[in-house]
Design a protein around this ligand. Structure first.
Ligand code: SIN
Length: 486
């Protein structure tokens, strides 16, 4: 076992207006370790009143933060980047304990999350070059265009990447000059609270970042969303919740960024480098135990290599070691909770009942934690739910195809459009297929596309706008035009 499994917990109060405060009603909410099913911490459980107090603090801090020179904001972000890396093991331990992913993956997430602070520190340092100044085409007067922060922003993050998802929203918001209220998922609050500590130590002024954990997510979010002082909501989570937030945002014509559900196709052509394709498929399927919006949800293999791919892929899936994340032997952690495990198992049983072949796994692992084995399904019938539902678990659904057109048609046959993956050694085919895929992101011969410097996001019901890249900063900016008569 990793010795860090016993290190201390971060602050467990709410972080509002630069102070650590208990919830008004004194209530707490337990944090469960999904590998044991047991509570190992309790954190303050915010009420609607606490949520609105956090918004008050963000609103009060907005003017001064927007007026803080971009270079000074960048310095704070850079110190946060260093502060996260200085506590790399502490963050990784919390991520393992509250989310369940294996130790090596938790460390990778810490680096990924810290990277957003570095990227947006660099972006904030370049903010002066964003404007335009010139004479309008008729020669009558001048046009000046500049950027300004959108304003106080509500950031709602999921449990699957407890650090990286908060980092991907807080860093650009702060870089642009927006103050924030972060509402992390109630399953994984400790990582966000440690992040708030690091931001505080980095010199973030009071009220610029506020963190409210709540077991009454719907009530607290609805109260904040109906307040016209909030100017932006950024959400990562299900399409269904995103739709509710979009309708709430419409009331006050609020700026929105939505990173919603996915149903990613991964296509392997006959001319793929099979080793590369296997590596990529394993990563795209099993990263985070498949609990990711960009996980390969449908694996399409061309008939010429299908037998070999399926045999070798199944062998690798079956060799996954399921276990507690601190155990160095573990390559596949538990699912987040029993409900998630039941949902995954329902998709498997439905497919098998309708005629699918299960080549590996397929049954929940008995014991205390929420473990589910790496599972491979083939011969999946047209009416199986797994063809259209987001799996969010370690279950590979494999389909075969004959022609390129067929693969593209099948891949695009979904209302979602987040990630997609193509494996082929033929460059023309790779680019042609990537262009034809209706998805916000395509990995060519890669099973991972996430990068702080790249725009992450989807088309259709997978969301609106992008996070990361230059687009990630723009999402927190308004454009201001001034007409100048000299
Ligand atoms: C997600 O699953 O929502 C995010 C995954 C990533 O950033 O790679």
């Amino acid at each position: 076992m990793n010795p860090l499994a016993t290190s201390t917990l971060p602050r467990t109060d709410l972080y509002i207006g630069g102070a650590w405060v208990p919830a008004t009603a004194g209530r707490t909410v337990p944090v469960i370790n999904p590998a044991t099913g047991e509570a190992f911490a309790a954190v303050a459980d915010a009420s609607v009143q606490d949520g609105l107090a956090a918004l008050d603090a963000a609103v009060a801090a907005q003017g001064a933060w927007a007026a803080t020179p971009a270079r000074d904001r960048a310095d704070i972000l850079f110190r946060t980047y260093e502060g996260i890396l200085g506590r790399r093991d502490e963050f990784a331990r919390l991520i393992v304990d509250e989310m369940g992913k294996p130790w090596a993956e938790a460390q990778t997430e810490v680096d990924y999350g810290a990277g957003f602070f570095r990227w947006f520190a660099e972006s904030a340092g370049r903010l002066h070059s964003e404007g335009q100044y010139g004479v309008e085409p008729g020669g009558q007067y001048r046009i000046a265009v500049s950027k300004r922060p959108v304003g106080p922003s509500l950031l709602i993050t999921p449990w699957n990447f407890p650090l990286a998802m908060g980092a991907r929203k807080i860093a650009p918001a702060l870089a642009a000059g927006c103050t924030t209220v972060l509402k992390p998922a109630v399953q994984t609050p400790l990582t966000s609270l440690l992040l708030a500590q690091v931001l505080q130590e980095a010199g973030t002024p009071a009220g610029v970042v506020n963190v409210v954990v709540t077991g009454n997510s719907r009530g607290v979010v609805a109260a904040i969303m109906t307040d016209p002082r909030v100017r932006k909501v950024s959400f990562t989570g299900s399409t269904q919740v995103g739709q509710t937030l979009l309708s709430q945002a419409a009331e006050n014509v609020m700026n929105t960024s939505m990173e919603l559900g996915g149903n990613a196709p991964l296509i392997v052509f006959n001319d793929a480098d099979l080793d590369k394709a296997l590596e990529g498929a394993m990563l795209a399927k099993l990263r985070n135990g498949g609990q990711s919006c960009v996980a390969a949800n449908r694996i399409y293999v061309q008939s010429g290599i299908a037998d070999e791919f399926i045999a070798r892929f199944t062998e690798r899936m079956a060799a996954s070691t399921t276990g507690e994340g601190h155990d160095p032997a573990t390559t596949l952690g538990p699912l987040i909770d029993d409900k998630q495990r039941a949902t995954v198992h329902e998709l498997v049983t439905d497919a098998v009942a309708k005629g699918a072949t299960c080549l590996a796994g397929g049954k929940p692992i008995n014991g205390d934690g929420y473990f589910y084995p790496a599972t491979v399904l083939t011969n999946i019938p047209a009416d199986a739910d797994i063809r259209t539902e987001e799996i969010f678990g370690p279950v590979a659904a494999i389909y075969t195809f004959d022609t390129e057109d067929e693969a593209i048609h099948e891949a695009n046959n979904t209302p979602y459009g987040l990630a997609s993956y193509v494996f082929t050694e033929n460059l023309s085919r790779a680019l042609r297929v990537a262009d034809a895929l209706d998805a916000g992101m395509t990995g060519i011969n890669r099973g991972l596309v996430s990068n702080p410097a790249a725009p992450f996001g989807g088309t259709n019901q997978s969301g609106l706008h992008r996070e990361g890249g230059t687009e990630g900063l723009e999402a927190y900016q308004e454009t201001k035009y001034t007409g100048i008569q000299i």
